[in-house]
Design a protein around this ligand. Structure first.
Ligand code: LCS
Length: 398
């Protein structure tokens, strides 16, 4: 029985989608096809594969059975038709820009997205005649105001890294499609467990699988999921020619991660709710941003409509700003001071000097990334241990 059926629910798909017991030996776990190239039985067969007249593998940069299992797994989780795994999340981002944009095109994008996803538009794609306007895509009016006749792509992170602003995907997809553009959503912060952007009109979804999907902070990787085959066919040759494809061993490791994705995401989210509540009630804290604490009725309604939970990323600022933040970061031991997110362990970092240090201070502040903002990716440790360390660190500051 095919494990890729659409009628299985998300938690089942995490474990089974894209993976059948191996036909030769019955291996329950996906074999790693650790090969760069695939033998043809005849010259005619080789020619037929290159001509696309016969299915089958040719060369691992163009496709590999282990990598394909991961692609089918995530395509099923995101309710897309096909996916392409990439060597890193940034390979997914840059391949999409390269495939979808050309000379004279304009992009509207979230102002507070992962630093390098913005910086390559500002510094690199601008050299090839592509322009970009960055707005708070949480404000659909700002998206409309930034629109130009040559806007071809609306690129959204929701929630944004690290400001956790929520964008209305339904409203944005409607606007983009009415105006001849595509909506691409970076769903890294939610994972397909908590948000499925294709359901809300996105054309393409991407992830840094380095984060929740792999989940063990031991692999970098990315994935692009497509709502239809023509878009897949447009992007695939660009990816295979640029060369940012995923290695089979990397894909096999990520497939270990997908099996526990739903369990990890929900466990981390339960911890994050408790940590966010502690932060919100502590006198050392100036402000906390966490979708689960949202009070604004319209945003609360949007969260309920398009997200299946608030996730496990929290941003906050301490009274005393960056100096207090540094003291807090230096005092942590259970919470690891490191960039990245979505791992099984709690990670804490300072975006202004770390993940978003490449942005100018002016752009950073305009995007809501204050000097004192601290980003927390809550992991799956025991909740009481996390709360204890958090309380001890905060109490030292008052
Ligand atoms: N998209 C988002 C939303 C990200 O957070 C990241 C990395 C990427 C894309 C790029 O993925 P990568 O190439 O690293 O796999 N975000 C990081 C962060 O916030 N801390 O360290 C990396």
């Amino acid at each position: 029985m095919s494990k890729h059926k659409k009628d299985f629910r998300t938690d089942t798909l995490c474990i089974h989608a894209g993976q059948e017991p191996d036909k030769e030996f019955g291996s329950v776990v996906a074999p790693i096809y650790q090969t760069s190239t695939f033998a043809f039985e005849t010259a005619e067969q080789g020619a037929a594969r290159f001509a696309g007249k016969e299915p089958g593998y040719i060369y691992t940069r163009l496709g590999n059975p282990t990598t394909k299992m991961l692609e089918d797994n995530i395509a099923a989780l995101e309710e897309g038709v096909l996916a392409l795994a990439t060597s890193t999340g940034m390979a997914a981002v840059s391949t999409l820009y390269f495939a979808l944009l050309g000379q004279g095109d304009h992009v509207v994008a979230s102002s507070a997205m992962y630093g390098p996803s913005r910086i390559i538009l500002e510094r690199d794609f601008v050299r090839f005649g592509v322009s970009a306007t960055f707005v708070d895509t949480g404000d659909t009016g700002a998206v409309k105001a930034a629109w130009r006749p040559n806007t071809k792509l609306l690129y959204v992170e929701t929630p944004t890294n690290p400001t956790l602003s929520i964008t209305d995907l339904g409203a944005c997809s409607e606007w983009a499609h009415k105006n001849g553009a595509l909506l691409v959503v970076d769903n890294t912060f939610m994972s397909p467990i908590l948000q499925k952007p294709l359901r809300h009109g996105a054309d393409i979804v991407l992830h840094s699988v380095t984060k929740f999907i792999n989940g063990h902070s031991d692999v970098v990787g990315g994935i692009i999921v497509f709502k239809d085959e023509p878009l897949f066919k447009k992007v695939r040759p660009v990816l295979t020619h640029l060369g940012g494809t995923m290695d089979p061993h990397q894909a096999w490791l990520v497939l270990r991660g997908t099996k526990t994705l739903a369990l990890r995401v929900r466990a981390a989210q339960e911890n994050a709710r408790a940590v966010a509540e502690l932060l919100a009630s502590h006198p050392a804290v100036e402000w906390v941003k966490y979708p689960g604490l949202e009070k604004e009725p319209a945003i609360k309604a949007l969260i309920e409509k398009q997200m299946d939970g608030p996730g496990s990323l929290i941003s906050f600022e301490l009274k005393g700003g960056i100096e207090a933040g540094k003291r807090f970061l230096d005092g942590t031991s259970l919470m690891t001071l490191a960039v990245s997110l979505g791992g099984i362990e709690t990670l804490i970092q300072h975006p202004a000097s770390m993940t978003h240090a490449g942005m100018s201070r002016e752009n950073r502040l305009a995007a809501g990334i204050s000097d004192g903002l601290v980003r927390l990716s809550v992991g799956c440790e025991d909740k009481e241990d996390l709360l204890k360390e958090m309380k001890e660190g905060l109490n030292k500051l008052v």
